[in-house]
Design a protein around this ligand. Structure first.
Ligand code: SF4
Ligand code: SF4
Length: 469
């Protein structure tokens, strides 16, 4: 059989089909959020006539329909492909969408009394080939062709869904899932996807601060780090505690480990967070790098917290370093913290613990740094830098490296690749790896019993022939 795809007749037929497809389409590309990544727009440019001969009235359908808290529907743009209906029925198990009416009047609608409100609703926006379903958060915020997309991972829970961060300048506008069949297939949850507004927040800390006369004053990095080094240098190891975070990257945790060794303390822990599991993608573990913390610090997260709190309440701690954790929000009492003569904290946003600290250091958010994390299934994955940190905030691993230097330790580490090389030399599970070898899709470094419910169901459906391809 011979098939001609470019003959004059084929081209004419294709133009005819396009003309029919566009008869009732509003052609409002200039104000449509999908413009720039719309399949209909692309086909129209490639195969359309470039003009319309349709002189009658287009069918009018509902516009800007509020079908859920995060998704809006413009029915006139819908091409009735039914992808969103299948997603809600087959993947999210909440079949709330369906078609009503017939022919040109076919209309996508939510079932009476229902809303598209489950935590995976924004995936329908990704799979809608046109601008019929748009994100309430992203709608009219930015033209997609101005966005720079950076491959990274979500740090909202231990799953580490692969995603692209869409930014213009140093402002993040959206996060969308990136395919990885070993982690998140093509999906991500709404809460992880929308958890970026704090990065753009006006309450970000931008400069190191040192408390003088009971008041925080902006200081240079050198002054701030020297203040911490001087305050901690004269204290015994057991009088110092480091509360780190399982939200830190492996590279940052590497320096936590070496800082603890330099200070001679074993009072080191991270704050556990659990209770996130939803039987789809979200992991029970709400920290993105618990496995990294276990592997690098050699601790069971949370196992030393009670002991540290007790020492603090008895006034035995004389220096506390809190890295990326708001101590007052994770179980530490203000009256106990007030018994510690010196507290230094590293934060992204102004908070009450920072207020209590003698030195406050501004760190970088997940989208402002490079580094690696190990997710709940034992996969080592990379974060990439999408935007610059505000003001004088610096990469956390660089801050910790410079603090070790201020305490008299060694230097000579200049890039995240250098740090990873040292990690790979120290941690057997990372042996033979380099930062670049991790790749865009990550690499398995640990075996865990953790399963991904959504992917397990996808596999079952494929095996039964319900999903083809
Ligand atoms: S995915 Fe978009 S175009 Fe397809 S049926 Fe749903 S709303 Fe319409
Ligand atoms: S499941 Fe977890 S990692 Fe994935 S998008 Fe949601 S919060 Fe982020």
């Amino acid at each position: 059989m011979g098939i001609r795809t470019e003959s004059t007749l084929t081209q004419e037929c294709r133009k005819g089909v396009m003309e029919f497809l566009l008869i009732n389409h509003p052609l409002d590309c200039p104000i449509c959020d999908q413009a720039g990544e719309c399949r209909l727009q692309e086909f129209s440019v490639e195969h359309g006539k470039g003009e319309s001969r349709f002189r009658e009235d287009k069918v009018k359908k509902p516009k800007n329909v509020d079908i859920g808290p995060r998704v809006r529907l413009d029915d006139e743009r819908c091409i009735m492909c039914s992808r969103c209906i299948r997603f809600t029925a087959e993947i999210a198990d909440e079949p709330v969408l369906g078609f009503t009416e017939r022919g040109s009047h076919t209309t996508l609608a939510v079932h009476p009394g229902k809303r598209l409100e489950h935590n995976y609703s924004l995936n329908t926006v990704d799979i809608c080939p046109v601008g019929a379903l748009t994100s309430t958060d992203f709608r009219f915020q930015q033209r997609v062709w101005f966005l720079t997309e950076t491959n990274s991972i979500c740090t909202g829970c231990g799953r580490g869904c692969n995603m692209e961060i869409g930014a213009r300048g140093d402002t993040i506008y959206r996060q969308t899932p990136r395919d990885n069949n070993d982690v998140n297939s093509t999906w991500m949850c709404d809460s992880g996807r929308l958890d970026f507004h704090f990065v753009n927040s006006e309450f970000r800390l931008t400069d190191p601060m040192v408390k003088t006369g009971g008041k925080h004053e902006i200081a240079s990095w050198k002054t701030a780090l020297n203040t911490i080094a001087t305050a901690l240098a004269g204290k015994k190891g057991e009088e110092i505690a480091i509360i780190a975070s399982a939200r830190m990257t492996n590279e940052e945790l590497f320096f936590v480990k070496h800082l603890a060794a330099q200070l001679g303390t074993t009072n080191v822990d991270v704050i556990p967070r659990t209770g996130g599991s939803d039987n789809y993608l979200r992991a029970d573990d709400l920290n993105p790098n618990t496995n990294g913390a276990k592997l690098i610090l050699g601790i069971e997260p949370g196992s030393k917290l009670a002991d540290i709190q007790e020492k603090m309440s008895r006034g035995l701690l004389r220096g506390v370093l809190a890295l990326g954790e708001n101590l007052l929000k994770v179980g530490f009492a203000q009256r106990d913290l007030e018994k510690v003569p010196f507290i230094a904290t590293l934060h992204l946003l102004a908070n009450a613990s920072a207020e209590l600290s003698h030195v406050v250091l501004p760190g970088t958010a997940y989208a402002e740094k490079r580094g690696s994390m190990i997710n709940v299934t034992g996969r080592l994955q990379r974060l990439n830098k999408a935007v610059k940190a505000p003001g004088n905030a610096r990469d956390t691993w660089e801050i910790l490296r410079d603090l070790i230097v201020a305490l008299g330790g060694s230097n000579g580490i200049h890039t995240v690749e250098d740090v990873f090389a040292l990690l790979a030399a120290e941690i057997p599970a990372l042996e033979g790896l380099t930062f670049s070898k991790i790749g865009d899709l990550g690499t398995q470094v640990l075996e865990t019993a953790e399963k991904i419910p959504l992917l397990e169901r996808e596999k079952e459906r494929k095996a039964k022939g319900i999903i083809v391809g």
